[in-house]
Design a protein around this ligand. Structure first.
Ligand code: EPZ
Length: 428
């Protein structure tokens, strides 16, 4: 069985370089399907979700040339079908971006109902609403999503019922080559949405307002790339290392990040007692004391990101006092608290609220990574705890963090990958 063994306690010190943003890359890769030609991408994170997306593109007919582990040229000249393999698309969430991206050039598109982290119900009604408003017919049956159009998609006025990252991305993808003007209101404003819009605009799309509540798209007939595009740094990876530095009473310079994207995390860490210095493309996090208690409510951007709440919870496990986390995005994001309880944390989680009574110490225990971000939290807990913490189900972690063991080791952590069943050496 695969696992990470984290030897704690440890004080993280040094510098870490943040990789490209997973949640931007998983939208930009399908966005290349809107171009009948070559796209040159840089700062692509080398993580298993991206490798899975590349396999999907290749199964559709894309030719991918890797210039380095983080740089690729995708040639979509020979894409002949909008029908994607159910086996490949069922494995992760972001495969639903193929709906919007492929409908630009194909009249029939099919994917499997998307998988991904188990965070409770993950409906796609807003994605369907967007595509139908633009003139597509969408049907969900026997675990697949079928989308078709008789003629080109047509611009429309769309109001999202919930602020959804995925539905906003899909609306941008579908409306880029639609005829006429599309206005989408109540959209998500996450940095990865702005990055998708910037990428498409760099190829000739006309997308205005990304990063605000309303996006306006003037449909264009073709896109072509003129120069390479570099994906933004990963906000959540940066936040994960910021919290790890604070939880271990360390001193870490987090390089290649965008401090503006991290404001909500910075502000909570300051409440906890961390000293934070911001530079143009880096942030230093220092912590000299036991964390103070604080409360967090997860919200769409620019609020506190749900994808940071499991990691942030480790500070509350060992804080001086009682802290609260309210989860407003996902219905089952507190499964990880059972794992932390095994390590001695005092947490009571009911529905959307978890109350953390800070304890003096965490102790090692075998724990599971319930999902990607919960897995990152288990590593941070292992760094704080006394003894050897074995973290299982680490495939979730490898979906979204590039070279995670190397990055932590460079900061002084003792973290070892092992696999009882492995014959080949592994490069996490
Ligand atoms: C994206 O998921 C991220 N994934 C998630 O990150 C992240 O947790 C989430 O946004 C929120 O920030 C990717 O970008 C690939 P949503 P997404 O649509 O797009 C409801 C990670 O760890 N909703 O913004 O699937 C939904 O139930 C992952 O990197 C509908 O009701 O999230 C939720 O309550 C995990 N109908 C809320 O909206 C819909 O049609 C926000 O979901 C769509 C969503």
């Amino acid at each position: 069985m695969e696992k990470f063994t984290v030897h704690g306690p440890c004080k993280l010190e040094g510098e870490v370089v943040i990789s490209g943003a997973k949640n931007a890359a998983v939208a930009i890769l399908p966005a290349t399907l809107l171009v009948k030609g070559k796209c040159h991408l840089e700062n692509v994170p080398n993580i298993s979700d991206i490798r899975a997306y590349c396999k999907i593109l290749e199964s559709l007919g894309s030719k991918i040339e890797y210039l380095s582990p983080n740089e690729m040229i995708i040639d979509n000249t020979n894409i002949k079908t909008g029908i994607a393999s159910s086996e490949l698309t069922s494995k992760f969430r972001a495969s639903y971006y193929l709906l919007g991206a492929l409908l630009g050039n194909f009249s029939q598109v099919q994917i499997s109902l998307p998988g991904g982290c188990n965070l409770g119900a993950r409906p796609i009604d807003q994605h369907i609403k967007v595509l139908e408003k633009l003139g597509a017919t969408v049907e969900v049956k026997r675990g697949n999503v079928y989308a078709s159009r008789k003629e080109k998609l047509k611009g429309s006025h769309i109001f999202l019922d919930v602020v959804s990252v995925g539905a906003t991305m899909n609306a941008i993808l579908a409306a880029t080559l639609a005829e006429g003007i599309t206005v989408i209101e109540n959209v998500a404003k996450e940095p990865h949405i702005v990055d998708l819009a910037n990428f498409l605009n760099s190829m000739g799309a006309k997308i205005q307002g990304a990063g605000t509540d309303t996006i306006r798209i003037i449909g264009v007939s073709t896109l072509s790339q003129k120069s390479s595009y570099s994906i933004i740094p990963d906000q959540i990876e940066a936040g994960t290392f910021m919290v790890a530095a604070a939880a271990t009473k360390g001193n870490v310079l987090i390089k290649n990040c965008i401090p503006k994207h991290l404001e909500h995390i910075t502000s909570k860490l300051k409440e906890a007692g961390a000293i934070i210095d911001e530079y143009e493309t880096s942030i230093r996090v220092k912590m000299n004391e036991r964390p103070k208690a604080f409360s967090v409510k997860t919200m769409p951007y620019p609020g506190f990101p749900t994808d940071m709440q499991p990691q942030m919870s480790i500070l509350l496990c060992i804080c001086d006092g009682t802290g609260i986390i309210v989860e407003n995005i996902w219905e089952s994001r507190f499964q990880y608290t059972d794992e932390l309880a095994k390590m001695g944390a005092d947490i009571s989680a009911h529905g959307t609220t978890a109350i953390f009574k800070g304890v003096d110490k965490l102790y090692s225990a075998p724990v599971r990574a319930h999902d990607l971000r919960a897995g990152a939290a288990m590593i941070i807990a292992g760094l704080v705890a006394e003894g050897d913490t074995d973290v299982y189900d680490i495939h979730h972690i490898l979906r979204g963090y590039e070279n995670i063991t190397e990055k932590f080791k460079n900061l002084g952590a003792n973290i070892v990958y092992s696999n009882d069943n492995a014959e080949a050496e592994f490069d996490a």
